[in-house]
Design a protein around this ligand. Sequence first.
Ligand code: HEM
Length: 510
Amino acid sequence: MIELMTISSMLCFTYKMITMSPLEDQKEMFLIVLLVLLCSTILITISAFSWRSHGQQKAFRLPQGDMGWPVLGETLPFLKPHPSTSIGDFMQQRISKHGKIFMSNLLGKPTVVSADAELNRFILQADSRLFEPGWSRSIGEVLGKHSILLQVGDAHKKMRSINLNFANNGKLKTPFLRDAYRIAAFVMSSWKNDSVVLGKYEARKLCFHMMAKNILSLEPGTPVTEKLRKEYEAFAKGVVSLPLNLPGTAYSKALKARSYILEVVWQCMEERLCRKKDVEEEDAKDDLLQWTLENSNYSEEQIGDLILGTFFGGYNTTSKAIALAIYFLGGCPKAVEQFEEHDRIVQGKRRGGNSELSCDDYKQMEFTQCVINETLRLGNIVPYIQRKASTHIKFKGYDIPQGCNVMAVLPAVHLDPSFFESPEQFNPWRWQSDHGIRRTNNFMAFGGGARLCPGAVLGRMEMAVFLHHLVINFNWELAEPDLPMAFPSLDFPKGLPIKVRLLSNPQVSM
Ligand code: HEM
């Protein structure tokens, strides 16, 4: 299957050829390029339509749908930005026309698109023998060919167990809580009373430093950490950009940033391996890099990709979730008023003479967990999950041919009124139940099955600690209107400017 990557590599190659040629050859070269592009357009069109004719020959029952334009398919309308609290015109129109399961040609591939809760669950929970990762090859170039997102079978299980151990290990829970508390205080200590800060960047600072500390033992504020943070921003932007490796594009900057970050990781590795021979065991660092060095036989390359992937998973998603929570709470003062649990925790600490958050304090944050669920449901940080059918699959009478891409569109379920009443409203109370926090299998913000997010517990904890600091120390309001927009990845176009006022009696010293 010819992918978007092939198209961009071709463009990239031809761009280089033209600019490197003497002027007189450029006209001829341009004609050749046009010819190449024309041929590739025809090829891609044929390949995009082949599912349908293949289906007819074999009497497959493919879902209804349109394949759109040659090459592009329906990619442009699909990627049209829209508020992340809605499913957007593309999904709305296709669902009305074809139903909740339909066929399209997206990101260079014929794709079965699912807005159906049952099919989404099936895609996420199915045995790995049915579906394999469906990410494009360009993702592999930025995140690395050993990235967990691209691993299958035993290789995936092994890398996943390292991630699970990192994020869920009881030994690490207390350090995580302590670090999140300290780093949230560090971030907010620079907020001046009555000033405007950009919520999006403040959230990114917390999540970056959490990852840097717990993956590589890098402390916030040092020159090495700050340089790495800048490079990481470029890296994260490029992962979700058009894969055009031309000078100045986000993608090419991400590839450069990748090399820089890997250098830092490998340098840390070398230092650890040299030091191991000289120092006592107890001086060893307690982070993901150390754990992986001691408990796996991964190569330098594999460790680099594992670390980049964990960084990416933990930084990009959680920071967006925090920004979304600030945004939704800014429009829902009633929910902020109900955050009494945070005052109770602070009062308990004063009585006990202890300033750090404990696991027991964290367990008290029940309404905060409802706010977090509602933020993730309505905000839709991960808009879709892609897989490729490893075998021929039948579902609800439809055929999904082997090799066909499938896309589980998560907001389509999160915003479906048959599962969530008045889904467009931010209503954390919908998650309350008499016995704690209400669970539903239609909530898929962390994915599901064999690839269920291994950082879900950690991500929730970071969100809760950030909100804890915010509500006990500040009043805040949106300084100007801003909206979370979906595509190419969730973003606040203005950076989420919020006006912060220090409370007259801040609850903790920052
Ligand atoms: C609110 C925060 C977060 C959200 C909404 C989120 C969401 C998700 C989703 C939907 C997936 C499934 C992707 C798929 O099925 O292909 C996933 C996977 C993953 N997440 Fe998270 N995540 C969050 C926080 C974190 C954190 C803090 C970490 C770091 C420890 C992390 C690391 C990962 C990794 C490594 C995977 C790949 C798992 C695999 O393929 O087995 N995530 N995340």
